[in-house]
Design a protein around this ligand. Structure first.
Ligand SMILES: [Zn+2]
Length: 308
């Protein structure tokens, strides 16, 4: 079935064959986290991808190959995110962004937009630079901004000033929250006025947060396999996605990192269908939720809906 994906990282979704071609060795062990013992080991899987994404040809090719994978996964619209300042060891940041756009533009039948990630461990100034970059490219395949990274050690509450600036500039935004940190992190994100939350599964720990999510019609970008790889839950069954949905929260299904988690949306749908008995109608609802929350115009949303 046709699908929409809102939460997917470029660096965690690199084509293994092309990586092998560039490095002359098999990189599966270095880039897949399916056997990671802890969060530290999981995060180490991003080291090599960042090293590989430092020149235009590699960046453009990886973007193109990810687009092809989305196409094979029957994704008709995706918002792919990355942190532009991770890829500037050899080339200027504008070249990085333009190479990704060029790679995505070569893919047919999938509309792909970009979200730039601010990082929790970055300085205020560095994140401000990412805000300014987002503003510069907004409307040119770039549709929004995100806050990603170490949620346990860099609290959501520390980013109030940056989100004030983002709101003032009217840049659409989503925030990773309620993954490594609990429901209080989600509550902060809600206070910042977000309409979307990356993961957000730990909202289930606080009924007040659930109430807020529902009242403010906030959409959760849930990534089931990723939550297992980061040792948040042991099984898909433990994931609160079904509980959240029953409580009236808008949920969407995402991969987070296709290569790191060795997954795609087809696999995620399969796992959820085996675990919770979801059928095509349920997945249609999740995809409609994703379209509604996407950072695109009303007209584009209607067009996507007609394609589902
Ligand atoms: Zn993520």
């Amino acid at each position: 079935m046709k699908k929409v994906e809102l939460h997917l990282h470029l660096d965690g979704s690199l084509n293994l064959e092309y990586a092998k071609k560039l490095l002359g060795r098999d990189c599966k062990k270095e880039m897949c986290s399916t056997n990671s013992k802890n969060l530290k080991e999981y995060l180490e899987k991003f080291t090599l991808p960042i090293k590989l994404l430092q020149d235009e040809e590699a960046i453009e090719t990886f973007a193109y190959l990810l687009g092809k994978e989305l196409q094979e996964d029957e994704v008709i619209y995706a918002e792919v995110r990355f942190c532009p300042l991770f890829h500037i060891e050899k080339i200027p940041v504008d070249n990085v962004i333009l190479a990704i756009i060029k790679g995505f533009e070569k893919v047919k039948n999938v509309k792909i937009n970009l979200i730039f990630c601010m990082m929790r461990n970055f300085s205020f100034e560095k994140n401000l630079e990412i805000i300014n970059l987002t503003q510069k490219y907004l409307g040119n395949h770039v549709v929004g901004i995100d806050l990603a990274g170490d949620e346990a050690n860099f609290k959501t509450s520390d980013f109030e000033e940056l989100f004030k600036i983002i709101r003032k500039k009217q840049i659409p935004y989503t925030i990773h929250a309620g993954e490594a940190d609990g429901a209080t992190s989600v509550m902060k994100a809600i206070e910042f006025g977000t309409k979307r939350i990356g993961h957000g599964v730990r909202s289930i720990e606080d009924s007040e947060v659930i109430k807020e999510l529902k009242e403010k019609n906030i959409t959760l970008e849930i990534c089931p396999t990723s939550n297992i790889n980061t040792h948040l839950y042991k099984t898909i069954k433990e994931n609160p996605i079904d509980k959240l949905r029953r409580l009236g929260i808008k949920v969407t299904i995402n991969t987070d990192n296709r290569t790191v988690s060795d997954t795609n949306l087809n696999k995620e749908y399969q796992l959820l269908s085996e675990c919770f008995g979801y059928n095509e109608n349920d997945f249609l609802e999740f995809n409609l939720n994703a379209i509604e929350a996407a950072f695109i115009s009303k007209e584009e949303k209607e067009e996507l809906k007609s394609k589902l």
